[in-house]
Design a binder for this molecule. Structure first.
Ligand code: URP
Ligand code: ZN
Ligand code: ZN
Ligand code: ZN
Length: 461
C-alpha cells in the first residue's frame, strides 16, 4: 500500500519546503519536489497545509494509580485522544509500587497497554523503591527498551526518594548511559506547609499552589542538578513550571552539564488564578508542580526559544471533576494530582507559533523531534525523512476550533481549556502509514499501536 501526500509544506525541525511525501507500507519512502510522484494507492491533498512528523508526548499517565484512584484514560481511550490531536507516540510511566520489582512493574504495564493502544507507545520506569535489587534491575529494563527512570523528590511516603537513594540511582544511570528524570519539588518542606494550611482551615484548591512555592521547585531542581553533577549522570527535569527552576537549569546548561528540561502546556497557558475559581472548580487545575502566577509564563516561552527548555510534554493525568477531584472537596491535599491534556498539546503549542513566541520549526522540534532524539527514537520518529516511520500529521494552520469537553475525546468530564479558541487543526493523521484520523473521523484501531523498544539516547541536545 502506498500513500502520496502532495501539495503541502513539509516542516521538519531543520526547515520547511514545498514537497510531496511518498509512503510505502509503514515507512516514508521519499520526500520529493512537488509533482515528481503522481500515483499511489491513496492520495492526500495537503494544499495550504503543513505536513509534520507526528507528535511525541514523552510524559503521559494512562490508568495511573494515584491517591486511591486511577487516572481516567485507559491506554485505549488516551491514545485515541492523542491521535485526534496529532500525537502519534506516547511515552507513559510504569509505576513501581513499594515492595515490588521493576520487572514485575513492567509486565503489569505491558498488560495494561499491549493490544490496546491506537498509536505507538513506550515506557519510562518510575523507581519508588530504591533497593539493591531494583538498582540492579535497571539494566534489565534498559535491555527491554525502557531506559529512562523517573524519581521523585516530592510525595514523601509514596514515590519519594531520599537524596542518598537518588544518588545511587544516578550512579547506575551514569554507568549504564540511561537517563534519570526528576520530579523536582522539595516534598519534605512542602508537607509541612500543607499540614500547616490544613490545620489553619485553608482547605480550598488554591492552597495546593500556595503550599508548593516556586522556591521549593527551584531548590529541588538545583539539588538534583548537583547530584547529577557529582554522579556524572544526564538529568531530565520533568514538568518544569517555575522561573526559579528554569534559572537553575539554564545555569547548569551554561556550564555544559547534561541537564535538560520539559515544560507542559498548562504552565504556558494557565495560572494560579484558575485555581481560585469558585464552587471547587479550582480543583480541575490541581497538578504538581502547581500552576504559577502568570508572569512565569514569559520566562517559560523564552526558555523554549533558548533551548533551556527542550521539550513540551503534557503530563496528561486526567481525573474527573465529578467523582475524582471530589475526593478533596474538604481538603485540597486529597485532590488527585493531575490534569488532562494529551489531545491538545499540538494545537496549544501552535498558538505559540501564531503569537510569534516560537517558529514553525521550533514547534515541530519541541513537540516531536527532540523527544525522539532524547528518548532513543531518533531516525524512527520525529522527522519527515526517507526511512522514518510514516507517522505524519497534515495540519491545517488556518482552521478554527474551540476546545471543549463536549467535543474532546479524552475520557474525562472537563477541559482545562474550556472555551479557548484555537487557530489550527489536525486534518489527517497517519500512524506507521495507516490512516488514523481523516475527514473528522477516527479510522484507527485499538491495538494498532506497537510497543517501542527504545535505544539508549544517542543524541544529547
Ligand atoms: O500532578 C501530576 N503531575 N500528576 C502526575 C504525576 C506526576 O508527578 O507526574
Ligand atoms: Zn482495550
Ligand atoms: Zn511528576
Ligand atoms: Zn507526570
Amino acid at each position: 500500500m502506498t500513500t502520496l501526500i502532495r501539495n503541502g509544506t513539509v516542516v521538519n525541525a531543520t526547515g520547511r519546503m514545498a514537497a510531496d511525501v511518498l509512503v510505502d507500507g509503514e515507512t516514508i519512502a521519499a520526500v520529493a519536489a512537488p509533482g515528481v510522484f503522481t500515483e499511489a494507492d491513496t492520495i492526500i491533498d495537503a494544499a495550504g497545509k503543513y505536513v509534520i512528523p507526528g507528535g511525541i508526548d514523552a510524559h503521559t499517565h494512562m490508568e495511573m494509580p494515584f491517591g486511591g484512584t486511577f487516572s481516567n484514560d485507559t491506554f485505549a481511550t488516551g491514545t485515541t485522544a492523542a491521535a485526534w490531536g496529532g500525537t502519534t507516540t506516547i511515552i507513559d510511566f510504569a509505576v513501581q509500587a513499594k515492595g515490588t520489582s521493576l520487572l514485575s512493574t513492567m509486565d503489569k504495564w505491558h498488560e495494561k497497554a499491549d493490544n490496546h493502544c491506537a498509536i505507538d507507545y513506550g515506557f519510562h520506569m518510575i523507581i519508588s523503591d530504591v533497593t539493591d535489587s531494583s538498582l540492579k534491575e535497571m539494566e534489565s529494563c534498559i535491555d527491554a527498551g525502557v531506559n529512562s527512570f523517573k524519581m521523585f523528590m516530592a510525595y514523601p511516603g509514596v514515590f519519594y526518594s531520599t537524596d542518598g537513594e537518588i544518588l545511587r540511582a544516578m550512579q547506575r544511570a551514569s554507568e549504564t548511559g540511561s537517563m534519570i528524570m526528576m520530579h523536582a519539588e522539595n516534598g519534605i518542606a512542602i508537607d509541612q506547609l500543607v499540614a500547616q494550611a490544613i490545620a489553619a482551615g485553608r482547605t480550598e484548591p488554591v492552597h495546593h499552589s500556595l503550599t508548593r512555592p516556586p522556591e521549593l521547585e527551584g531548590e529541588a531542581t538545583s539539588r538534583a542538578i548537583q547530584l547529577a553533577k557529582v554522579t556524572n549522570a544526564p538529568l531530565y527535569i520533568v514538568h518544569l513550571s517555575a522561573r526559579h527552576a528554569l534559572e537553575a537549569v539554564a545555569a547548569a546548561r551554561n556550564t555544559g552539564q547534561n541537564v535538560f528540561a520539559e515544560t507542559c502546556p498548562q504552565y504556558l497557558y494557565l495560572s494560579i488564578e484558575d485555581m481560585r475559581k469558585p464552587d471547587f472548580e479550582g480543583s480541575k487545575y490541581v497538578a504538581s508542580p502547581p500552576l504559577r502566577p502568570k508572569d512565569h509564563q514569559t520566562d517559560l516561552w523564552r526558555g523554549l526559544r533558548t533551548n533551556d527548555l527542550s521539550v513540551v510534554s503534557t503530563d496528561h493525568c486526567p481525573f474527573c471533576f465529578k467523582d475524582q477531584k471530589e475526593l478533596g472537596r474538604d481538603d485540597f491535599s486529597k485532590i488527585p494530582n493531575g490534569m488532562p491534556g494529551v489531545e491538545h498539546r499540538m494545537d496549544l503549542l501552535h498558538q505559540g507559533v501564531v503569537a510569534g513566541e516560537i517558529t514553525l520549526e521550533r514547534w515541530v522540534e519541541i513537540s516531536s523531534t527532540t523527544p525522539a532524539r532524547m528518548f532513543g527514537l531518533h531516525g524512527r520518529k520525529g522527522t519527515i525523512a526517507p526511512g522514518a516511520d510514516a507517522d505524519i500529521v497534515v495540519y491545517d494552520p488556518t482552521a478554527k476550533q474551540t476546545i471543549s469537553a463536549a467535543t474532546h475525546h479524552m475520557n474525562v468530564d472537563y477541559s482545562a481549556y474550556e472555551g479557548m479558541d484555537i487557530t489550527g487543526k489536525v486534518d489527517t493523521v497517519l500512524s506507521r502509514g495507516a490512516v488514523v484520523i481523516a475527514d473528522g473521523a477516527f479510522h484507527g484501531r485499538e491495538g494498532h499501536g506497537k510497543f517501542l523498544k527504545r535505544d539508549l539516547s544517542q543524541y544529547l541536545i
